[in-house]
Design a protein around this ligand. Sequence first.
Ligand SMILES: CC(C)(COP(=O)(O)OP(=O)(O)OC[C@H]1O[C@@H](n2cnc3c(N)ncnc32)[C@H](O)[C@@H]1OP(=O)(O)O)[C@@H](O)C(=O)NCCC(=O)NCCS
Length: 196
Amino acid sequence: MIFFRSNLFYLPQLETERLILRRIRMSDADDIFAYSKDPEVARYVLWDAQTDIREARQYCRSMIRQYRLDEPSSWGIIERFSGHLIGTIGYMSFDEHNHSTEVGYSLAHWKWNQGIMTEALGEVIQYTFSSMDINRIEAQHETENPASGRVMEKCGMHKEGILRQRLYNKGRYVDVSLYSILKSDLNRSSESARNQ
Ligand SMILES: CC(C)(COP(=O)(O)OP(=O)(O)OC[C@H]1O[C@@H](n2cnc3c(N)ncnc32)[C@H](O)[C@@H]1OP(=O)(O)O)[C@@H](O)C(=O)NCCC(=O)NCCS
């Protein structure tokens, strides 16, 4: 007998005021390369700045493969007004037994500090709790990258602590701050918004 796995990680198109979150396509490679070649963007993430457009194409290919295999994967963040892909956000890992997932994201440098990742992460949190059997969403950032922690806080995530030298990134051991949000946190915050 053949068993078909349900599509746990099927990523539907999501929309916010300024953004469209959609699955990545091969035609996004130029936009991805445009910001992923910037060492500032790559400084606190676990990938190296790209040096060749072929690396962006390889990234698109691997995302498309992950969609096909129903593995944790990322949305492209598309700016509505330009139609350009300006970043990515998605699931880094999935703990099936504990109904928990980790999210991660990155954004073109020229779009920083305009509230874009807060808008994207807020939408992904809403989607995850309303459409997937997930109880806990985690995110972590290097302590030297406080802007990312601020995004998590603005989206209602709680800081749980600092994990000392948790990661070895770009030749150094780095401390990371761990954040989480629970499904019940989201229910509580919508209840208090209704009562205001
Ligand atoms: C981290 C990142 C996603 C933030 O995205 P963004 O769209 O600029 O975030 P937002 O504009 O929604 O919010 C950023 C917040 O951080 C604050 N901030 C920016 N630089 C800061 C700093 N050095 N220290 C403290 N806060 C900082 C901003 O003021 C803003 O908070 P505010 O709205 O209260 O003023 C973006 O900088 C990025 O992609 N960086 C490179 C990749 C990366 O680090 N990814 C995360 C890995 S964990």
